[in-house]
Design a protein around this ligand. Structure first.
Ligand SMILES: NC(=O)C1=CN([C@@H]2O[C@H](COP(=O)(O)OP(=O)(O)OC[C@H]3O[C@@H](n4cnc5c(N)ncnc54)[C@H](O)[C@@H]3O)[C@@H](O)[C@H]2O)C=CC1
Ligand SMILES: O=C(O)[C@@H]1CCC=N1
Length: 266
């Protein structure tokens, strides 16, 4: 099965590198990329063929669209003549609906919408997938296997996609923001930056492993850290006073709303 990736920026390269690590033959992969310098970089790094979007679409069994939402309409119009019924078209773009894609491609093209995230670069990705209206189980399974090469995949109804985008698609950025803030706090408290960084990163990795391996609710895990009258309780009171929980809710609502706006082309 050959796969074309159209748009090889951050997420396109993440998918490409994951497929290569998962053992997909490079001669079964193709890339369509507008920026010539970027195309050369990928050819050198992976030995992958960078061809025109139309050639990639005509030759591939599966086409993955990894361009910005604002570029989707133009790319769909460009490749539509080369798409055929039964071919799998996977979109990783935030906001863009399967109905929008189906309205711009030939009848019968199987469209799957995916929301991945960047931890896919280290095979710890979280991807959600939703079928369009011409997908059968084999198409969905193929999209699932494409994304499973870089992490975990779940199937969701498309109406949940904007919320998923706000939580796991953008999610790594919130975590990195928290990490950055904790490192700065450590420096403020007098720790060398390298010590603060090591402490915070391992605390994050350890906490994530506890969540995954114990399956215990985060509230219980937090209570286990919070000794009565101790340091953690003092810190958590400050987070509540500064409305950090409300800020997270507002942030993710804003991301969900932005995903909806992207669907409308703004
Ligand atoms: N970066 C992330 O964490 C995530 C990104 N996404 C989605 O992935 C898509 C790409 O995002 P990024 O990789 O962050 O953006 P990016 O800007 O790094 O990559 C987009 C790439 O598409 C190329 N491109 C633009 N027009 C093209 C055309 N007509 N033909 C061929 N290539 C073209 C650009 O040159 C660029 O290399 C977006 O739709 C975004 O919503 C989804 C989940 C996470
Ligand atoms: O910021 C964005 O729009 C993309 C989609 C999810 C993560 N990055």
């Amino acid at each position: 099965m050959s796969t074309a990736i159209i748009g090889a920026g951050v997420m396109g390269e993440t998918l490409l590198s994951g497929l290569v690590r998962a053992g997909r033959r490079v001669d079964q992969l193709m890339v369509g990329e507008k920026r010539a310098e970027r195309a050369r970089e990928l050819e050198e790094r992976y030995g992958v063929a960078v061809v025109s979007n139309r050639e990639a679409t005509a030759k591939a069994d599966t086409v993955a669209l990894v361009v910005k939402p604002q570029d989707m309409a133009d790319v769909l119009d460009e490749i539509a003549p080369d798409l055929r019924a039964g071919q799998l078209l996977v979109s990783l773009a935030a906001g863009i609906t399967t109905a929008f894609i189906e309205s711009r491609v030939p009848e019968g093209v199987a469209v799957v919408r995916v929301m991945p995230n960047t931890p896919a670069l280290v095979d710890e990705g979280m991807a959600a997938i939703s079928p369009g209206s011409h997908c059968d189980e084999s198409h969905l399974a193929e999209a699932e296997s494409l994304m499973a090469s870089t992490g975990k995949v779940i199937r969701i109804p498309e109406k949940q996609m904007d919320a998923v985008t706000a939580i796991s698609g953008s999610g790594p950025a919130y975590i990195f923001f928290v990490v950055e803030s904790m490192i700065e706090a450590g420096v403020h408290l007098g720790l060398p930056r390298s010590t603060a960084t090591e402490l915070v990163v391992q605390t994050l990795v350890g906490s994530a492993a506890m969540l995954r391996e114990t399956g215990t609710h985060p509230v219980v895990l937090r209570e286990q850290v919070t000794s009565p009258g101790g340091t953690t309780a003092s810190a958590l009171r400050e987070l509540e006073i500064h409305k950090v929980r409300a800020a997270f809710l507002a942030a993710m609502e804003a991301a969900r709303n932005r995903s909806r706006e992207l669907a409308e082309g703004s």
